[in-house]
Write a protein of this length. Sequence first.
Length: 134
Amino acid sequence: GKVLRNWIQDRGDLEFVQVGSHPSKLPCPHIAGTLDDYIKVAGSCSHYVGIPSGLMHVATAFGVKCFVLVGCMHPNQIVLPMHRTRGPEELLWFYPQNIHFHESIQGGFIHKVSVESLDDAWDGIIQPRRVYPT
């Protein structure tokens, strides 16, 4: 969305690419290719910024720092490590080593996405954290 576009435009010191079959309106180059191509890109990046997806799994497996944009449910309903297997399938894709952002609200271990919060995560001010249910 708009926040991610603004952040990419503000970070001229970084190089961004998007991958997949259809380019978005983000102001960065698009790479269309095979799964092998996407795996090579994910393994060569210092960071992954995007939605929970197969590429996020690959980036996480490579140890790439991931900023994951979610909107599946209210952040206060999400805990890590996950203690249940029911709910939206997207919930199964959370990794405690990733930093998670919600498009509109903050709660639990989920940060509200903004240019400032993305900068703070990039600069190491925001770290991955686990929230256990009470």
